[in-house]
Design a binder for this molecule. Structure first.
Ligand code: SF4
Length: 183
């Protein structure tokens, strides 16, 4: 099945979910979040076309990767192709994170999306909202975005958040005591 990507697979990421991850940068997004970090991925005719079989072959050859992360762009605009890849990633023992500008509740209205979510471990959902931007939230850009335990959410029929990612990190901005300054 064809899939349009923004770039080649990116291995060894430590910022797109837990562990060491290979990122699949999908091409195409119409959410138009103000301040989007990746506007070059919006054009649905941009990037390049490849085949899910090719992606799956590449994934099988990777070493020392915890899992894959779907990002973009918004992967959910190519949900059937992403499902093909997600199935294979699970078969070879990788876990799956996915970023989307849709909310979990919006995704649950479509059977195709639900089929994809059955393979996803963690969903980071919602648009990037500039007014909610924070540098003190893990693995996301704005406070409104949620880090969702997908298997638990599907079972409960409602969003179940991963507790350690709820809210902002405490950041100590106090000035270090003199004896702790080494220059
Ligand atoms: S959903 Fe992501 S890629 Fe799409 S506009 Fe928003 S921040 Fe950018």
């Amino acid at each position: 099945m064809k899939i349009r990507l923004a770039s080649d697979l990116q291995s060894d990421s430590i910022v797109d979910g837990e562990g060491i991850r290979t990122v699949i940068w999908t091409q195409g997004c119409s959410h138009n979040c103000l301040g989007c970090h990746n506007p070059a991925t919006h054009d649905f005719k941009g990037g390049f076309l490849t085949d899910t079989d090719e992606i799956n072959k590449e994934l099988s050859l990777l070493e020392a990767q915890t899992g894959i992360t779907f990002s973009g762009g918004d992967p959910l605009f190519q949900v059937e192709a992403c499902t093909e890849i997600a199935k294979h990633a699970k078969e070879i023992g990788m876990d799956i994170w996915c970023y989307t500008g849709f909310t979990f509740e919006e995704l649950m209205k479509s059977d195709k999306n639900i089929e994809f979510l059955k393979y996803v471990d963690v969903l980071v959902d919602g648009k990037f909202i500039m007014a909610e931007r924070s540098l003190n939230v893990d693995f996301r850009g704005s406070r409104n975005q949620r880090i969702i335990d997908v298997p638990a959410s599907l079972e409960a029929g409602k969003v179940v958040l991963i507790p350690k990612y709820v809210g902002e990190r405490h950041v100590d901005v106090s000035i270090p005591k003199k004896e702790h300054i080494y220059i």
